[in-house]
Design a protein around this ligand. Sequence first.
Ligand code: SF4
Length: 364
Amino acid sequence: KNNILTLLNEFKDSATARDLGRLLASYDKRPVTIMEVCGTHTMSIFKYGIRGLLPPKIRLVSGPGCPVCVTPSYYIDAAVELSRKSDVIIATFGDMMRIPGREGSLMKQRAHGGDIRILYSPLDSIKIASDNPGKKVVFLSVGFETTTPVIALMVLKAREEGIKNLSVLTANKTMPNALKALIQEDAGIDGFIYPGHVSAITGTAFYEELLRTHGIPGIVTGFEPLDILRAVITLSDNISSEKKAVENHYSRVVEKEGNAVARAKMYEVFEPCDAVWRGIGGIEASGLCVKHKYRDFDAWRVFGIKQGESFEPEGCMCGEVLKGKKAPCECPLFGGVCTPESPAGACMVSSEGTCAAYYKYTAL
Ligand code: SF4
């Protein structure tokens, strides 16, 4: 444990951070726009004051890498509808509770008596199911490549243990085609800071493909201040000098091949399907659905729920924010109608949501 803390502290060293901060502030080459794809990077960038160090010619925009933010409203409506059934227990991660749907949030539904339980691990839902044989437990299966392998493990374990009253309501997403869609949107992104956690599972092959097919460079990096400062400086230099490269600055966690064991578990249970990203729309093969082989665990099928239309409150600019085209403060609802205490759009809900990060660090 001490070794890990020492290693992490090295990536927070204040003298090195000051040197890198000066280097960053002195950047005076061509203007560049860099997207940090992952919500955890967005939070770290604010938390460590990196935005305040940016020179005028480097623009950082936040991407769609917050799973809560991209979960369509009809999914919340389906979960709320299920929670009204007297024989259903909803099991979920806590940050799903406040996402607004057409008929309110799961938080509101729990206040009205819905049996909704917050879990730290999907595996905990197996115990809930075996402790409540007369109920149907539905786990809200949301997340990117980092989370989905654990949900797959849960399904595999439940099947192995003969658990029949557990299913998953999927809204899982994968990054590759979403990144392609962002590039095709022409949001003026010159390079990506790729998500550290997702890359630990996927590896870096897809980023190499994006470089070959679309000429977009990028860097995989960690979440400590020195990780991010180095990545922004190097990527800006690479872009301005037209060095086409994908670099892995997070080799302490991410390997080129990713985690093949985790991917094998994930694709044992799930298969690619088209998915709706809240605020962005449908993206081909950017989701994961339960395979036919495991259909008894597919809550959409078990309960015969239809996927509806996603809606946004009037004025909400989540879609433009998630594509890096607008900053949260350009949304007319930001900080007034929409705050973390009372979110109107999904980007204000999770602590990793772009609007929540802007609000926490700039609006007070
Ligand atoms: Fe959506 Fe609220 Fe962000 Fe506006 S401030 S884009 S309403 S989440």
